[in-house]
Design a protein around this ligand. Structure first.
Ligand code: NAP
Length: 405
């Protein structure tokens, strides 16, 4: 039965007698806030162990107070002053820095949301996995960068790993109950982003203001830019490969501008199972929070008569080369995912700072992949090894940035 590697059959469902102890890494972000929106609708059902942020100490303190968290941690020590000022007199423990972040992730909890953005989420998420805490994984970069090592840790600690990306949550729901060898193909859908119908000339002139206007989803800046380049879908292919142990040739992408069908799973008897819902991340987050049960989410219900038609098209790899690059990294294996992800993080940050054009995001990633065969062929054994490759890739990509500016 699917999925064999990511779920433990032995772990009992959480007791309904005591509140579920939860931690949210990346609480001040889009996924973190959506998670806490669900939690806040039934406060007696949850005990908030820890909330973490990075730079937004004031918002973190507000969330910690509202949700009666025991601990609030900012990764950026410069935000500690804002956090402690806003928490004064509340009795909520405050801390800052990397060590404190890892401590927050390691505190005993029943469920943790891993929603830090980027490779920065790898170590804290691994700390939670090693405690055996059921882990809701929004941070796809963990799997893109360190999939083999991450999944080995999940297996070693018998940790329940629940995907939060809407496509992977949909895939899990569609595949549950089916033998892995009966899955022929898993097709992730992509909205196509704001530039789906734009020409290359138009995209060349696009800045962050245009790229941040996602047609269907409200998300953090980095993932929104990744959606505009279609790198996000490429990262999700790598994520699905590791998460579900699916060979690259079984994975595919289809552009579906309405973002209603999140994934299509084709079975060996020709049946295709899909999961549909309005584009609202609270649905997949709720699936991971209530698993193996379901919970009530008061969001918009799907009205297909009103929507009228659902359309699908093949992705255009000429205008969206980032998806091609991710497919190539998936096929290459080794540390190609680590290099791809690190170069992309450098490129997206530079684009958001207006130091790089939109088309140069994929350009920098492609050049970095081509120029780093020595890194791609490395076989890291630990998360620290992965982070060394990540850091060296960033160093080189930053050095090449001026050529693309
Ligand atoms: N948003 C979505 O709808 C969506 C959907 C699917 C998957 N995802 C994935 O979920 C993850 C989070 O996305 P998001 O959209 O929620 O991002 P976001 O809104 O940018 O939030 C990112 C969170 O990570 C924290 N953070 C940033 N840098 C950090 C660092 N170096 N160390 C520790 N914490 C750090 C931020 O803290 P501060 O804000 O305090 O600085 C914030 O809490 C990403 O991997 C994304 O791909 C998101």
């Amino acid at each position: 039965m699917f999925p064999l590697r990511t779920f433990t059959d032995t772990e009992p469902p959480p007791s309904t007698k005591r509140p579920k102890r939860i931690t949210v890494l990346g609480a001040t972000g889009s996924i973190g806030e959506s998670t806490l929106d669900l939690v806040g609708r039934d406060p007696e059902a949850y005990e908030v162990v820890a909330l973490t942020g990075c730079k937004n100490g004031t918002r973190l303190a507000e969330l910690a107070i509202r949700h009666r968290a025991k601990l609030a941690v900012v990764a950026d020590p410069e935000s500690y002053g804002d956090l402690t000022a806003a928490l004064a007199g509340t009795g909520i423990e405050a801390a800052a820095g990397q060590k404190a972040l890892l401590d927050a992730a390691s505190r005993p909890a029943d469920w943790i949301m891993a929603a830090i953005v980027g490779a920065a989420g790898l170590k804290p998420t691994l700390h939670a996995v090693r405690q055996g805490t059921a882990t809701a994984l929004a941070n796809k970069e963990c799997l893109v960068s360190a999939g083999r090592i991450f999944m080995a840790e999940v297996a070693r600690h018998g940790t329940t790993l629940l995907p939060v990306d809407s496509e992977h949550s949909a895939a899990l729901q569609a595949m549950t109950g089916t033998e892995p060898e009966r899955i022929e193909r898993v097709c992730l859908t992509a909205s196509g982003g704001p530039f789906r119908t734009w020409s290359l000339e138009q995209m060349a002139a696009a800045g962050p203001e245009q790229a941040l206007k996602h047609p269907n989803w409200s998300m953090g800046a980095k993932v929104t830019i990744d959606s505009a380049t279609l790198m996000n879908k490429g990262l999700e292919l790598l994520e699905a490969h590791h998460l579900f142990a699916l060979a690259p040739e079984k994975l595919d992408v289809l552009v579906h501008p309405q973002s209603i069908v999140h994934c299509l799973v084709q079975m060996s008897d020709g049946a295709v199972l899909a999961q549909l819902s309005c584009p609202d991340m609270r649905t997949p987050i709720a699936y991971s929070l209530a698993w193996p049960e379901r919970m009530h989410v008061p969001n918009e219900r799907l009205d297909l008569a009103q929507i009228g038609s659902l359309t699908f098209e093949a992705p255009d790899l000429e205008r969206f080369p980032a998806l091609r690059l991710a497919k190539e990294a998936l096929a290459a294996g080794g540390s190609a995912g680590t290099v791809l992800n690190a170069a992309n993080e450098v490129a997206v940050a530079a684009f958001l700072e207006k130091r790089l054009g939109f088309l140069a995001i994929a350009g920098l990633v492609e050049s970095t992949l081509a120029a780093c065969p020595d890194l791609i062929c490395l076989g890291p054994q630990t998360a620290d090894d992965v982070l060394e490759i990540d850091e060296e890739t960033r160093r080189r990509a930053r050095g090449w940035l001026p050529r693309f500016a």
